[in-house]
Design a protein around this ligand. Structure first.
Ligand code: ADP
Length: 443
């Protein structure tokens, strides 16, 4: 199958031998079910001292050199067969590049449908890795996601009373993750409860061992604090497969360090030096982004595109391109299609919801292309879907993860078909009010 090593649990002694082959061999291979989740995980790993690259979509060809590679799929709500096929293809290419451990990353609110895709993908990876057992822990206390007695809380509310029960694509109507995961897998699911987790890595490890003896293949693990997550990570040092949110990845870099495989890297977040011109492109209409635009307007030349007045992608892009001439330079400029809810609703009423979104995304992708063609090499994009459209249009394949501007939004060094550039992709609600201004003082 093209594995460069048998996909089995590897003893630390063997790790040492493999690691002696060089400094540039991948240690941790990650598969994420969506783009912003992948970035969040990658930023977590960089913070813990791993040089990390995010690859966009199922990898084609050799993977970039890094301690950790995160493959960003768009598989959360894809048909289950697709989610499995893409995840296995990603897994194979991570193993071929030397990954010693595979991490299956999903959302901290366990976003899934009764059909999956968390359980079915985990089953397929478990089989491929011959793993026999994997923990499942989406907890992320910093963001208010905690697990107690197998029940997931969002802030003070149970998952199914947190608003997630109304999610348009993945409504979560049961907070009991043991039951939810059991409904998605052929295998038995157990629980490592808080009382055990609170006693540290040794206790967690031996409880997982017992569950395995009792025929369980998965364990939901309670976690309320970051210390719990670090202990869970340590307890899973020798697991071929780990599943969870980005929180549980916090403890994994230290395992590789303890095994002598990961040097102390002060420079894990260092990107190649930047040059060229700077720009911000906004397509998010979230309250946070509208506030950031409001403040940035006082600090940089700004153009607000009116998609309602010009409901044509090419014509809108042409307006932006005419405006940018003479303004583009080392100091950032801002081009935004973002609008308050009533204007968004008006365009959606005129064109339909999907067509309205697609029109603006197409226009902004064209503008991004024009900016890069005119020498922009530091580009900040606001909006999850908008970012997807821009990345696709620019033909970008991988992002080396750098320093965070605000939590969850790092500068990255993007490479692909065209020129390489420094890129920051901000999902709508992220970032402080001065985000667009301070971003260019970073990295
Ligand atoms: P967020 O991360 O805030 O959800 P996204 O980029 O994912 O941002 O989604 C915002 C959507 O709104 C995109 O599809 C974008 O094209 C669309 N959009 C942006 N500006 C407008 C507008 N003025 N009218 C209608 N839709 C818009």
């Amino acid at each position: 199958w093209g594995f460069c090593r048998p996909p089995r649990m590897i003893a630390p002694r063997q790790w040492g031998i493999i690691g002696a082959q060089g400094d540039n061999i991948m240690l941790l291979g990650c598969i994420a079910d969506d783009f912003t989740g992948a970035t969040d995980l990658a930023a977590t790993l960089v913070r813990a001292g791993m040089r990390t690259v995010q690859v966009i979509g199922v990898p084609e060809g050799p993977l970039p050199e890094a301690d950790a590679v995160v493959v960003a799929l768009k598989s959360r709500t894809a048909p289950v067969e697709d989610a499995i096929a893409w995840s296995l293809a990603a897994c194979d290419s991570l193993l071929a590049a030397g990954a010693r451990q595979i991490f299956w990353k999903y959302c901290s609110t366990f976003d899934s449908t009764p059909a999956g895709n968390i359980g079915p993908v985990a089953d397929a990876l478990m089989k491929r890795l011959d793993a026999g057992f994997a923990l499942a822990c989406p907890a992320f206390p910093t963001n208010g996601r905690t697990i107690y007695q197998g029940h997931l809380f969002v802030g003070g509310a149970l998952l199914n009373e947190s608003g997630m029960e109304n999610h348009p694509l993945t409504p979560m109507t049961d907070a009991n993750l043991v039951r939810v995961l059991a409904g998605q897998t052929r295998h038995g699911v157990g629980l490592v409860p808080f009382a055990t987790v609170d006693r540290g890595a040794g206790a967690i490890r031996s409880e997982m061992g017992k569950l395995r003896e009792w025929g369980k293949h998965y364990a939901i693990i309670d976690a309320i604090t970051d210390q719990h997550l670090l202990d869970i990570g340590e307890a899973a040092a020798l697991h071929p497969l780990i599943t969870g949110g980005s929180g549980v990845a916090m403890g994994l870099p230290e395992n590789f360090r303890r095994a002598g495989l990961l040097p102390l890297r002060e420079d894990a977040a260092t990107l190649p030096p930047h040059g060229g011109f700077a720009a911000v492109l906004a397509g998010s209409c979230s309250r946070a982004t509208l506030g950031q635009i409001g403040l940035a307007r006082e600090h940089m030349p700004s153009l607000e595109l009116d998609a309602l007045a010009t409901p044509d992608a090419a014509a809108l892009a042409a307006q932006a391109i005419a405006w940018m001439e003479g303004r583009i330079g080392a100091e950032p400029i801002l081009i935004a299609a973002s609008a308050p809810p009533e204007k968004v609703a008006a365009l959606q009423q005129k064109l339909g919801r999907d067509a309205a979104g697609a029109l603006v995304e197409e226009a902004l992708a064209l503008v991004a292309e024009a900016l890069v063609a005119r020498g922009v090499r530091r580009l900040l994009v606001a909006g999850g879907e908008t970012s997807g459209a821009v990345v696709q249009r620019l033909g970008l394949r991988s992002l080396r993860i750098g320093e965070e501007i605000d939590p969850g939004v790092p500068w990255t060094y993007a490479e692909g078909q065209g020129p390489s550039l420094h890129l920051a992709l901000k999902s709508g609600n992220f970032g402080a009010r001065d985000f667009f201004v301070k971003a260019f003082n970073h990295g």
